[in-house]
Design a protein around this ligand. Structure first.
Ligand code: HEC
Length: 167
């Protein structure tokens, strides 16, 4: 038992001596703590961190993909006033028939891009005159003049039947 106590005391003594010697190695500085300088250094450091965070965000941010460019690109060259008019008219059809006229099964809307001009014109006129009846199309076709219909037919027939690949 005596030996154990002696051993423990020696151990405690050793630890104390080690701590004391490390305390001695701390530099003694009698200068007054310069609060202003420390604060300035801290603010400068925060600024640096902020700038680095900005650079980090720029580097790691995923590229912004805007489809605006695609939106602005027309599906076919609008080289006549008729095609320009039709391009505007066709905007109301895109929801159901898709931008390139390839149709949308979900809306039961068939492919119309690349269809023959006379056929498109006939279908739209038939729908307007009640010869062919489809409720969805009726709402649209009611508002189209025969000229609108002719323009749309010319426009749609110029789109390649297979659709246009958007880059
Ligand atoms: C609300 C959805 C919707 C909108 C908007 C719409 N359509 Fe349709 N369209 C249809 C559906 C559904 C059919 C199929 C009609 C049927 O089954 O008889 C159709 C059929 C057609 C057809 C006949 C196709 C064929 O092969 O016989 C043409 C042409 C057509 N649409 C052109 C247009 C044009 C041009 C516009 C825009 C001015 C337009 N549609 C807007 C839903 C729509």
């Amino acid at each position: 038992m005596y030996r154990l106590v002696l051993f423990s005391l020696t151990l405690v003594g050793l630890v104390l001596v080690m701590n004391l010697s490390s305390y001695q190695s701390v530099e003694v500085n009698n200068e007054k703590y310069n609060f202003e300088a420390a604060e300035k250094a801290h603010i400068a450091h925060l600024k640096e961190v902020e700038e680095l965070a900005k650079i980090h965000a720029e580097v790691t941010a995923p590229p912004v993909i805007t489809d605006e460019v695609i939106e602005e690109k027309t599906i076919i060259p609008l080289d006549t006033p008729q095609l320009e008019r039709a391009d505007k008219l066709y905007k109301q059809c895109i929801a159901c028939h898709a931008k390139d006229g390839s149709g949308k099964a979900a809306n039961k809307a068939p492919r119309i891009g690349g269809q023959m001009e006379w056929y498109i014109e006939k279908q739209l006129l038939d729908m307007k005159n009640g010869v062919r009846v489809n409720q969805q199309m009726l709402t649209i076709v009611k508002k189209l003049s025969p000229e609108d219909i002719a323009d749309l037919a010319a426009y749609l027939s110029k789109i390649p039947w297979g659709g246009v690949k958007e880059e």
